[in-house]
Ligand binder design. Structure first.
Ligand code: SAJ
Length: 407
């Protein structure tokens, strides 16, 4: 039988390709005609290690792409779930409209699997009512499931096959059927649970990481005041068998770790002191970086901010995704200080996103005196010899030469 994967972005596309490669008959659906045209012409829409090979294998196995929803008994929805900045809530509009579109074409008894990250309670509050209002009986006419994704950009293909995953279902038998579909490519354990638990576990996984990173960032600030090397402290502490502290950095970006904790804060305002504090610490890091830039300028008697170059616009290493990136946070939130032309370069980001963005590394380097490493792309790790003669603020602890300034 056919699986219709809806939403062909960072999650839906690799998932659709992986299913197709594993021999499942797949149609990928996206409302964006350009994106569908591009995929049908054999052109990928974003970069990711191993994605091209996977795409080739899926095409060879007959995957097709369309703007139309297909008649089917299994739908995997990986549509965007935007986050409303003002209210700190998730906007379920795309999931709702995808579910409506599915209902227009699906077989009786079809399984609708939501992969998109949703805030805990979204299915009960927003999705069930939509289906019921249309006169469908959930559990008879259609089945609802939540199978939150866990893959990390930069290592998606490996993780699709090797990460354990969670499937929340109302009905364990239907859960088992959907599990069998995921088992065609997922080699790790697949845990079956109920929908509420699946929603909650997904969001707390990302929240856990945010809190751990916030702890590291707070340590970085503490160590800075006494000139202690935070990386050395964390390295030593992590030798303890029950300690595992993550790395400090210029902030937490991406569409997941910096967003999901807000759902808990929004729904449980009286119970989320720790989670909220962690969010605030991570959000304060771009400002901390700015403080460090000012220290360096003062120490070296540099007055002209246009001599500062930020390396990296992506939210993390070796990806081209710039959503909520610390560099953008720094530029957007602090632009009153930086309005005078701080330079920016990222080898992965090909479109112009900010003022004074350079497309060529050499030109960028020629313009600046202080290089601020905001992202540890392999590109810069491989070009240490080209940056050593600059003043370097290394917020990612990647420099292999002596004398770089740290967070
Ligand atoms: N970061 C640090 N220090 C660290 C690790 C990360 O500052 O030690 C920063 C990164 O530089 C980046 C941000 O955190 O700005 C988030 O990056 P990430 O690599 O931690 O995570 P994401 O957002 O790319 O992916 C996360 C993953 N979740 C967890 O590891 C719990 C991934 O498995 C999820 O699938 C993804 O969120 C998602 O879509 O929810």
């Amino acid at each position: 039988s056919l699986v219709n994967v809806v939403g062909l972005g960072y999650i839906g596309l690799p998932t659709a390709l992986m299913l197709a490669k594993s021999g499942v008959q797949v149609v990928g659906t996206d409302l964006n005609q350009k994106l569908v045209d591009s995929l049908n012409q054999g052109k990928l829409t974003f970069q990711e290690e191993g994605l091209q090979e996977l795409f080739d294998a899926a095409l060879a196995n007959g995957i097709t792409f369309s703007t139309e929803y297909q008649k089917s008994d299994t739908y995997i929805l990986a549509v965007p779930t935007p986050y409303i900045e003002e209210s700190k809530k998730l906007d379920p509009k795309y999931v709702i409209s995808a579910v409506n579109n599915v209902l227009n074409v699906c077989d009786k008894g079809a399984a609708i699997v939501i992969e998109s990250t949703i805030s805990p309670g979204t299915i009960d509050r927003h999705i069930r009512p939509v289906i019921e209002q249309r006169g469908y009986v959930i559990g008879e006419d259609v089945h609802l499931l939540h199978a939150p994704e866990r893959i990390i950009p930069g290592n998606m293909i490996y993780e699709l096959e090797h990460n354990s995953r969670t499937i929340g279902a109302d009905n364990p038998e239907v859960g088992a059927k959907v599990k069998a579909i995921y088992e065609t490519f997922c080699q790790a354990e697949i845990v079956l649970t109920d929908i509420r638990s699946a929603e909650m576990s997904k969001v707390i996984e990302n929240t856990y990481r945010d809190v751990n990173i916030a702890f590291a960032n707070e340590l970085a600030k503490i160590c800075r005041t006494d000139d202690i090397d935070v990386y050395e402290i964390i390295k030593i502490a992590n030798k303890h068998p029950r300690v595992n502290i993550l790395q400090p950095g210029p902030g937490v970006g991406g569409h997941c770790i910096s967003v999901d904790p807000w759902f808990l804060v929004g729904d449980y305002p009286d119970l989320t002191n720790l989670i909220l504090a962690a969010r605030k610490i991570n959000d304060s890091m771009p400002r901390h970086v700015l403080g460090r830039i000012r220290d360096i300028m003062r120490e070296n008697d540099i007055k002209d901010i246009s001599k500062i170059g930020l390396y990296g616009l992506a939210y993390k290493e070796n990806v081209d995704d710039t959503r909520e990136s610390p560099t953008l946070q720094l530029l957007e939130r602090l632009d009153e200080h930086l309005a005078f032309g701080v330079k920016v370069f990222d080898p992965f980001v090909k479109e112009r996103m900010v003022d004074h963005q350079f497309m060529n590394f050499e030109d960028f380097m020629n313009e600046i005196e202080v290089l601020v490493v905001m992202v540890g792309h392999d590109h810069i790790k491989e070009n240490m010899d080209l940056i050593q003669d600059k003043l370097v603020l290394d917020t990612k602890n990647i420099c292999t030469f002596e004398g770089a300034y740290k967070l």
